[in-house]
Design a protein around this ligand. Structure first.
Ligand SMILES: Cc1cc2nc3c(=O)[nH]c(=O)nc-3n(C[C@H](O)[C@H](O)[C@H](O)COP(=O)(O)OP(=O)(O)OC[C@H]3O[C@@H](n4cnc5c(N)ncnc54)[C@H](O)[C@@H]3O)c2cc1C
Length: 325
């Protein structure tokens, strides 16, 4: 089993910034493991601008922001193993990975988890109806449109008015789709004000606050959704139901930190948020296993992911060389 000083799992913005933080605090031997063939994580599918206003004082697209960090990591001489899937870690800080044609086993002085998050799906919110095609998590649809060049349908309804849902409303309009409505169960949108203005109001897309989708109609393909108004306790208000014809439903109802590796290693996980229980800053309940970025807590802006993950990387380096008590 090969011994390494610091192993970082995930080369999204969190993993890249953590590597730089570790390097700047004196770590000499850093390895980043990434299952994808590209660095930058989710940012690669976020082709809209608005990234880096705080970090670089510029308005960049997601891939541009990712490229800046990828370049910094490469010029710092930090080693990257791409197309490498971390399948298991242990509380002794062993890491087991699969890469094409090879099983890689490592032992690290410190591990940094930077595995991001996954989307909540339709199955996690109660909606009546069959399971027709045409229902997608919004981030998955974003990847399919922006990376695979694929259009999900003609007329869409979006459930949830967080930033990913709002960005996708505009994106589908740009691709020639009709966006009939965004349905939000809360009385207020969770999205940034600028996204509501630029992604909905500028395109006259109606936002129904305090409303919920009660049924998705259609057996093979989505045909329409039923929507109704809800009260403060999210109960349906009688006689307020109406239907919206559509062939596509995007579900944008939140993100869940990815912490299955940590959980299987015996690390404590907050069952409500799926975030790690950290006993010291960025350090999980297993000593020497650190966590940063969206797998630590769900962030709105990538700028803060970079800032905090840089700090986490520095602490992991201090732990690895015995400076962190
Ligand atoms: C769909 C979506 C849209 C967003 N849009 C915006 C936006 O418009 N503006 C903004 O500021 N922020 C946006 N964000 C938020 C911002 O992009 C995230 O906060 C940021 O990307 C989180 O960085 P991360 O490195 O923690 O996670 P990610 O970017 O998700 O990176 C995690 C990386 O870990 C890798 N990985 C995971 N598990 C393993 C494993 N077992 N082995 C090896 N590698 C692994 C993944 O392949 C990935 O590359 C968006 C987030 C999402 C999910």
């Amino acid at each position: 089993m090969k011994e390494r000083e610091i192993v970082i799992i995930g080369a999204g913005p969190a993993g890249l910034a953590a590597a730089l933080g570790a390097k700047d605090k004196g770590a000499k031997d850093i390895l980043i493991i990434e299952r994808d063939q590209y660095l930058g994580g989710i940012l690669n599918q976020c082709i809209h601008n608005g990234f880096g206003l705080h970090r670089f004082k510029e308005e960049l697209t997601g891939p541009e922001y990712a490229q800046r960090y990828a370049d910094m990591v490469k010029s710092a001489g930090i080693e990257i193993s791409d197309r490498t899937f971390a399948v298991k870690i242990t509380n002794k800080k062993e890491i087991f990975c699969l890469k094409p044609g090879e099983m890689m086993k490592l032992k690290a002085k410190a591990i940094i988890l930077a595995t991001g998050c996954r989307e909540r799906t339709r199955e996690m919110i109660p909606i009546h109806g069959f399971r027709p095609s045409g229902v997608y998590p919004a981030g998955l649809a974003q990847k399919m449109i922006n990376i695979e060049g694929w259009i999900p349908g003609e007329e869409a309804v979006i459930i949830g008015s967080g930033d990913i849902g709002l960005i996708m409303a505009r994106r589908m309009i740009f691709e020639g789709m009709k966006v009939k409505a965004v349905i939000e169960i809360m009385p207020k949108s969770r999205g940034l004000r600028r996204n509501i203005r630029q992604c909905l109001e500028d395109f006259s897309i109606p936002l129904y606050l305090s409303h919920k989708v009660t049924k998705i109609h259609g057996k093979e393909r989505v045909e329409k959704v039923s929507v109704c108004k809800v009260d403060e306790s999210f109960k349906e208000i009688k006689d307020t139901s109406f239907d919206i014809k559509c062939d596509t439903v995007l579900v944008s109802v939140g993100l869940i930190p990815e912490n299955e590796l940590l959980e299987a290693a015996g690390g404590l996980i907050d069952k409500k948020t799926n975030s790690p229980v950290c006993l010291k800053p960025y350090q999980t309940s297993i000593e020497g296993i650190f966590s940063c970025g969206n797998c630590n807590k769900v962030y709105d802006l990538v700028d803060w992911v970079s800032r905090d993950s840089y700090e986490a990387g520095g602490l992991a380096a201090m732990y690895a060389n015995g400076e962190l008590k």
